[in-house]
Ligand binder design. Structure first.
Ligand code: LFR
Length: 459
């Protein structure tokens, strides 16, 4: 009988718990629990409601166990955010949201020499919210020897097993890790400053961490369950499930609240051109590197539709069609778009002069497509390879209009799907680690399990 494995994917706007099985070489999975997630304003700043996320995760895990034996569980989430546990394992600081303004100004205050050290040692794009800058802004009383900094998925794994550690794909987004040696960089910990011992041991994706704590083992279906680390960075899991046949001539876009645009390389690309173009070398599973740039994804439109009280997302997208060739575009990565706010449509109006919902929507979609095409081209240049196809995965891959616009802007075919790339990548690492994929690669199984749609340029 085939093992049932559970993937938990925490996203910036929702979380999902899915159960997967391998049936005749295909991955079959079902999302058995969904719950909303959003950053909340607290007296300390913008934070995630971590206790509530844990409660929802447990509802999902219990449900999975009630339906049958669960062989393993793995959690992935957005990157960079972390919590702090003390020497007794108590969570003394729940995760801040990367959209909190406590890191404002830190990046700008770096001198050239420090910037050079960061860039050359980590090969990561400078983003104001990278973990290293959040830790710079963090109260140092909490960052002392004995305490540990755990990323969001690590906190959940710790809650489930009592074993503390982190995983390479997510650790690589902290801007504190050397992507070539997988080790923390003492010089950068000293810059914050934090004791290097606060940074946990780094494990590879696929590591079998151990059994659940006794209190969970007594629940139905969970007595033998182990935690197996997926690529705990959601983008890491998603990129594993990009169905590309030829990674050297393909670019991917992991499309959701953010768009992560790049190529997969066999090793970090720490060249001047990569650094000048602001590319990140994020650690991938199985020795790969995600050479990518983080750009604002559907976030601006999500915030506009929240502000407008939009009920029907599809009709909002359709309403934009008549205006695609007439609206002005803008750079979606301008800093004024980072923070949440009901005034998001006004922020677009300020740049474009557009005021109606269909025109603002058109302007956002065209801007996203233009920026995506530009980054695909840059990714090819930086990786010194010719890109012939773009793969779009994740929730945003359902946006046919955006896919078509990307194809038109780039002049390249766009292959859309899978929508649930992150869950699939998470589950398949667990099956692989347990030796249940046979000779198949993760991408072989993905290709067999899904249908994609291709958008040719100029249609
Ligand atoms: C996508 C993502 C991106 C990361 C951003 C913030 O969900 O993980 O890869 O840059 O969230 O953590």
């Amino acid at each position: 009988m085939c093992a049932r494995r559970v993937a938990i994917d925490l996203g910036a706007s929702s979380g999902r718990v899915a159960v997967g099985e391998i049936v005749a070489g295909r991955l079959e999975f079902e999302v058995i629990h969904r719950f909303p997630n959003q950053p909340v304003a607290t007296a300390a700043g913008i934070k995630w409601e971590f206790e509530s996320l844990l409660r929802e995760i447990l509802i999902g895990i219990k449900r999975a166990g009630e339906q049958g034996e669960v062989a393993s569980i793995g959690v992935d989430s957005w990157a960079v955010d972390y919590g702090v546990i003390d020497a007794e394992g108590h969570l003394i600081c729940t995760p801040f949201c990367y959209r909190d303004k406590r890191t404002e100004g830190i990046l700008e205050s770096l001198n050239d020499a420090t910037k050079e050290t960061f860039a050359s040692k980590t090969g990561l794009q400078f983003l104001p919210f990278n973990t290293v800058f959040q830790l710079k802004a963090h109260s140092k009383n909490e960052l002392k020897v004995g305490n540990q900094i755990l990323m969001v998925p690590d906190l959940v794994h710790y809650h489930l097993t009592g074993i503390a550690g982190t995983e390479f794909t997510n650790a690589s987004t902290t801007q504190l890790l050397d992507p070539s040696s997988n080790s923390w960089i003492p010089e950068l910990a000293a810059w914050i400053p934090i004791p290097i011992q606060c940074l946990p041991k780094v494990y590879e994706a696929g590591t079998r961490v151990g059994k659940l704590k006794p209190e969970f083992q007594t629940l139905p279906g969970l007595s033998k369950t182990e935690v197996i680390l997926p690529a705990t960075h959601d983008t890491g899991s998603a990129v594993l499930a990009v169905p590309m046949e030829s990674p050297t001539s393909s670019a991917y876009v992991s499309s959701g609240t953010w768009s992560l645009v790049g190529v997969e390389t066999p090793h970090p690309v720490l060249t001047d051109s990569s650094r000048d173009a602001g590319f990140s070398n994020e650690g991938g599973a199985f020795g790969t590197t995600r050479l990518l740039k983080n750009m604002m994804g559907l976030w601006i439109l999500q915030e506009c539709s929240r502000s407008w009280g939009t009920k029907n997302w599809d009709s909002l997208i359709n309403s934009a069609k008549p205006f695609l060739t007439t609206v002005d575009s803008f750079d979606p990565d301008l800093p004024q778009f980072l923070a949440p706010g009901k005034d998001m449509p006004d922020r677009v109006t300020d740049l474009t002069g557009l005021t109606t919902k269909p025109e603002i929507t058109a302007s956002i979609l065209v801007s996203l497509a233009q920026k995506t095409a530009k980054l695909v081209k840059l990714a090819g240049e930086v990786a010194m390879t010719e890109i012939r196809k773009i793969y779009v995965v994740g929730g945003g891959s359902q946006n046919a209009l955006l896919n078509q616009l990307i194809a038109n802007e780039s002049g390249l075919p766009v292959v859309a799907g899978p929508v649930e790339a992150t869950l699939m990548g998470n589950l398949l690492v667990q099956f692989k680690a347990a030796g249940e994929l046979g000779a198949d690669s993760i991408r072989d199984v993905v290709r067999r399990s899904i249908q994609t749609e291709t958008f040719e340029p100029g249609q």
